[in-house]
Design a protein around this ligand. Sequence first.
Ligand code: HEM
Length: 130
Amino acid sequence: MLYYWIKTLHVSTVSFTIGFFTLRFVWMLNGSRLFNHRWVRRISQINDTLLLMAGIGLAVMSRQYPFAAPWLTAKLAALLLYIVLGMFAFRWARSRHDRTLFGLLALLNVAYIVSVALTRNPQPWGVWFG
Ligand code: HEM
């Protein structure tokens, strides 16, 4: 039962992080001040911490670990890439063109993470498209 609740927390925070990232991305492109508002950053930090803690909880409870389960290794590597792409999109990139590019790549990457999670396969396209 505990596993069920942690998984629900994991999937809910995943949905929130994707939705909120997209919203911040749009705010950034529109030049909205909400994009960098203290509370907006705080909310996403809190959500992402819960997401990570729930993910680690699931991994421990189901005894599937990165570097032992290939799909979790791929997921963790893609998660690190997601963080770097997000930093480029929201902080480091200077031009609007580069910010847009990094933001779209981050969203593509998160779609990969979700596909890996749903298929338990580091090459989910093999499962989707045979
Ligand atoms: C942005 C990062 C992440 C995304 C988008 C994500 C997405 C997902 C999704 C959608 C599921 C549900 C799969 C299903 O319903 O069958 C899932 C399950 C899972 N996630 Fe994540 N996850 C992320 C990060 C992590 C991290 C960092 C860990 C652990 C180190 C982790 C460990 C797990 C485990 C063990 C499951 C399997 C649950 C089960 O089989 O019952 N996730 N993840």
